[in-house]
Design a protein around this ligand. Structure first.
Ligand SMILES: Nc1ncnc2c1ncn2[C@@H]1O[C@H](COP(=O)(O)OP(=O)(O)OP(=O)(O)O)[C@@H](O)[C@H]1O
Ligand SMILES: [Mg+2]
Length: 509
């Protein structure tokens, strides 16, 4: 890593109605470094990125890139200058091949006049690039058939092909499995070795610690400090981000387990779920661990009627429940927070309050009339518990930061009167401070007698919050462990299918 300054941002300010998103931000990125930006939800990270890619214009402040003044970037000039951004919503064209996507807009022609593409050249250059970055992806593969991890890598290839000097990644690993994230960091290291700078945003502080050279902390739209990662601990980063230290990242209360409230038997869905049976007790937090694709989400989708099942019975509070669609599940008292943000049923143009109270408006009626006072009060209590950063409860959720939108989804389900909660990747994209608040709310639900299922790819989260853990592998439950017996190793072992399938030991009643 050299000390050459590649990007220098000074005094960048951006206001939105009711919010100062950025307030005099300074940032220096050197050539060939991986530079992290850390901050709470709503701190201004994505807004900063959007100004570096020309999507937003700063109110005041300056941007210098490679010694040139770019205070007013637009998407075209940012790209020409060598700034590329890998967004969460990938911008590849699914029905084109990998090679075609990488050379999109920079096609090589055999005859430009006849618009005759030189497919062989495009393919060969792509193959060379993929080999150089040691990526095991076929140049001819249809992009849409690749997993999200591989699609991200194709985007990185495209940025490298376009000679990007700075590649920006806004929460690239949020939707990746641990394995895919490791592959991503391997590619990032290769790109860095070519002298490219990387600006990296993530709420997973362990990966920031492991892979970044320096970190800049944003808090309430201000840049607090920048330091070398080698000199910092995760605790120090948290302290600077949230302005206080967090003693206990997993504030787990002891469970008071009651009766079985959900019983799933011999659940099947061809090709994804093979004979899955489990029970959930009132007061219990049940964790589902496993690798991406092991069938955890698919199991939950079948239980909640989001997908049809080919067989199996579901009993809720001892009675067989006919669940054919999500509305049946809600009526049976099951709340399902899905892993995909796009599907989470937020009405983006509506307010925070509207969205948070959407599931159970009936709860706030008195004598048949909707009580706006009650509704407002309940929304306010839940939302303030989650440290939501918004101008007000009347802010349209579409204008909130990614993590704050996720908090509204959580609030929405927490306010429903469900007794069974299924949370699929509940804290994805949520900052460390707010995570603790979500866990406290989960404790409260359990203490009030609800049963909670947490599906999570973050092993720490499952280990930290679950009373009992089921591990899935290839559509089956491969192990069951009590809280005290589970370790990262035993879970990994079962998740990779190394253990022979055992009949899960039933809990003594
Ligand atoms: N187009 C917009 N209109 C109004 N307010 C906006 C707009 N874009 C962002 N904001 C506000 O600016 C603030 C910063 O948002 P930003 O998306 O930059 O946060 P972030 O640090 O990326 O958070 P997260 O970790 O949740 O992704 C938030 O209060 C957000 O609601
Ligand atoms: Mg963001």
């Amino acid at each position: 890593m050299s000390d050459d300054v590649r990007l220098k941002v000074e005094g960048l300010t951006k206001r939105f109605p009711g919010v100062v998103a950025l307030d005099g931000v300074d940032l220096t990125v050197r050539a060939g470094e991986i530079h992290a930006i850390c901050g709470e939800n709503g701190a201004g990270k994505s807004t900063l990125i959007k100004m570096l890619t020309g999507a937003y214009t700063p109110d005041t402040g300056s941007i210098r890139f490679e010694g040139r003044d770019f205070s007013r970037l637009n998407p075209r000039s940012a790209m020409d200058a060598g700034i590329a951004c890998i967004y969460q919503e990938l911008s590849l064209i699914p029905h084109l091949s990998v090679a075609e996507n990488i050379f999109l807009g920079r096609e090589i022609y055999r005859s430009r006049r006849l618009r005759l593409l030189d497919r062989a050249a495009i393919r060969a250059r792509t193959a060379a690039l993929l080999a150089e970055l040691s990526l095991d992806i076929a140049p001819d593969a249809k992009t849409g058939t690749l997993g999200i991890g591989h699609q991200q890598m194709v985007e990185i290839c495209r940025a490298v092909r376009a000679d990007a000097k700075l590649i920006i990644m806004d929460e690239p690993t949020a939707a990746l499995s641990e394995k895919e994230a490791q592959d991503l960091f391997r590619i990032v290291a290769r790109v860095k070795a070519r002298g490219v700078s990387v600006l990296f945003i993530s709420h997973r502080l362990d990966e920031v610690r492991a892979h970044c050279d320096r970190v800049t902390i944003l808090r309430d739209g201000r840049s607090i400090t920048t330091f070398d990662m080698a000199t910092a601990s995760i605790e120090a980063i948290i302290q600077l981000m949230v302005g206080r230290s967090i003693q206990n990242k997993y504030p787990k209360d002891a469970a008071l387990r009651g009766d079985v409230i959900l019983e799933v038997e011999h659940l099947r869905r061809a090709g994804v779920v093979e004979d899955v049976s489990f029970q959930l007790r009132s007061g219990e937090v049940l964790g589902f661990a496993g690798l991406v694709g092991a069938g955890r989400t698919e199991t939950m989708r079948c239980v909640t009627g989001a997908d049809p099942r080919d067989g199996g019975t579901i009993r809720v509070f001892g009675r067989e429940a006919r669940i054919r669609c999500p509305a049946d599940a809600i009526r049976a008292g099951i709340a399902f927070l899905t892993e995909s943000r796009k599907e989470q049923g937020l009405v983006l143009i509506q307010s925070v309050e509207f969205n948070a109270t959407l599931v159970q408006l009936g709860r706030f009626s008195r004598g048949g009339w909707l009580s706006l006072g009650l509704l407002h009060e309940a929304a306010h209590t839940t939302v303030s518990g989650l440290r939501l950063r918004a101008a007000g409860l009347d802010t349209p959720v579409g204008l909130l930061s990614g993590g704050n939108q996720q908090k509204v989804v959580i609030a929405k389900w927490l306010m429903s009167k469900a007794r069974i909660f299924i949370f699929d990747e509940p804290t994805r994209g949520i900052d460390v401070g707010a995570k603790v608040e979500v866990y406290k709310l989960i404790n409260e639900l359990a203490a009030a007698g609800a049963g909670i299922i947490i599906v999570s790819s973050e092993m720490e989260e499952v280990l930290g919050m679950a009373d009992r853990i089921l591990v899935m592998h290839a559509g089956r439950i491969s192990a069951e462990m009590e809280r005290g017996d589970a370790t990262q190793e035993t879970i990994m072992y079962a998740a990779s299918g190394l253990k022979t399938v055992q009949s899960p030991t039933r809990l003594a009643s």
